[in-house]
Design a protein around this ligand. Structure first.
Ligand SMILES: *Cc1c(COP(=O)(O)O)cnc(C)c1O
Length: 403
């Protein structure tokens, strides 16, 4: 099959399925056009006004526009819009601020942290002495006093806060206070929640943390990529770490897509979107709970929900597979204190950014919870799967992916 045909097929798959993957979204046509534009033909190593190649007059304006709107929507002093993605952006931040082998604190992967927060299979974990903190096993919440106690013992040079599977609001101010108390930098990785921060429904780390990193393709609803925001004093270190530190030529087509996504996020409609995300997520979590399903930490303040399936007698992998059969796409996920393996953990992670982009509201979340409940309780029943599949198809037709 040709790539062109495969793209058509994938377009249809996205329309005919509901993505409840917390890190996914549906971008606007304007974003996709920018990324697919001729800007990709240009080499622009360096920064606006200081390039290693000629012909960058227009490219410079594109990148300056992205920088200025990033600073505006996040109220940041400095923005670097060149990082290719979240993982290399984190590596650039570590490289720019600390020395190889330094001690760093980050959140444990099985508690909701990201691979690039010091997991042993990641270059981050191999290059620095990471000490991992987690959530309180009883409450499922971050225990700031415990994190403070660890910081005083281990004396890290940097503390990473932010997560990939933590459903609650993070107190970045508190994290920054703990880091600064022990003389460490504080990095907030808001890859998942950036859209909620810009939309005003989650505390912003920008006033408190030294450096803030976010991907642009999750709740922010832009192209795949990342940006780094920081205080003026650190701007030079961060810029040098991104280029020439770990990257070469910036992807100016993607940077244009980022600029468009920031413009879209600055509009009042985006605040409404962010609010609706949280309302939807809470309705989905509440309804699942009413149906007897365990929700880690007892609920959500964000776009995501961590479901503990252990009491139902189905594994995360089995649930993911059964849900995919009916057109609901989720990912299996470790839950805090999980005794199972990452390949077949005890939970699934649900996120509502993509279905909220499709226009779904609380009523549809109520319906979705019922559908998910039926599937995870009887993943082997063909009758259940057939019936749920028809209902998912109806929802997909009623809420098309924006063109
Ligand atoms: C998604 C994510 C990243 C990594 O982003 P990639 O673009 O996939 O490399 C980093 N940190 C957190 C917290 C994330 O959720």
């Amino acid at each position: 099959m040709s790539i062109k045909e495969l793209i058509k097929k994938e377009e249809k798959r996205q329309q005919d399925n509901l993505s409840l993957i917390a890190s996914e979204n549906h971008t606007s046509k304007a974003v996709r056009e920018a990324v697919g534009s001729v800007l990709m033909n240009k080499y622009a190593e360096g920064y606006p006004g200081k390039r290693y190649y000629g012909g960058n007059q227009i490219i410079d304006q594109v990148e300056l526009e992205a920088i200025s709107s990033a600073k505006k929507i996040f109220k940041a002093e400095h923005a670097n819009v060149q990082p290719y993605s979240g993982t290399p952006a984190n590596l650039a931040i570590y490289a720019g601020l600390i020395a190889l082998g330094d001690t760093v604190m980050g959140m444990d992967l099985s508690h909701g942290g990201h691979l690039s927060h010091g997991h042993k299979v990641s270059l981050s974990g191999k290059s620095y002495k990471f000490v991992q903190y987690g959530v309180n096993p009883e409450t499922g919440l971050l225990d700031y006093e415990e994190i403070r106690r660890m910081a005083r013992i281990f004396k890290p040079k940097l503390i990473v806060c932010g997560a990939t599977a933590y459903p609650r609001e993070i107190d970045f101010k508190r994290f920054a206070e703990i880091a600064h108390e022990v003389g460490a930098y504080c990095l907030a990785d808001i890859s998942h929640i950036a859209g909620l921060v810009v939309g005003g429904v989650h505390q912003s780390p920008v006033p408190y943390c030294d450096v803030v990193m976010t991907t642009t393709h999750k709740t922010l609803r832009g192209p795949r990529g990342a940006i780094i925001l920081c205080k003026k004093e650190l701007a030079d270190k961060i810029d040098k770490a991104v280029f020439p530190g770990i990257q070469g030529g910036p992807h100016e087509n993607v940077i244009a897509g980022k600029a468009i996504c920031f413009e879209e996020a600055a509009k009042p409609a985006f605040r409404t979107y962010a609010k609706q995300i949280v309302k939807n997520s809470q309705r989905l979590a509440d309804t699942l709970q009413q149906l007897g399903i365990t929700i880690c930490s007892g609920g959500t303040d964000t776009h995501l929900i961590l479901v503990d399936l252990s009491s139902i007698g189905v594994t995360g992998k089995e649930a993911e597979t059964a849900l995919e059969k009916v057109g609901i796409v989720v990912n299996k996920n470790m839950i805090p204190g999980d005794t199972r393996s990452p390949f077949d953990p005890s939970g699934i992670r649900l996120g509502v950014p993509a279905v909220t982009t499709r226009g779904m509201k609380e009523l549809e979340m109520f319906k979705l919870a019922g559908l998910i409940n039926r599937v995870v309780r009887e993943p082997g029943s063909r009758v259940v799967l057939e019936s749920v599949k028809r209902e998912v198809a109806t929802l997909c037709r009623k809420f098309p992916v924006p063109k």
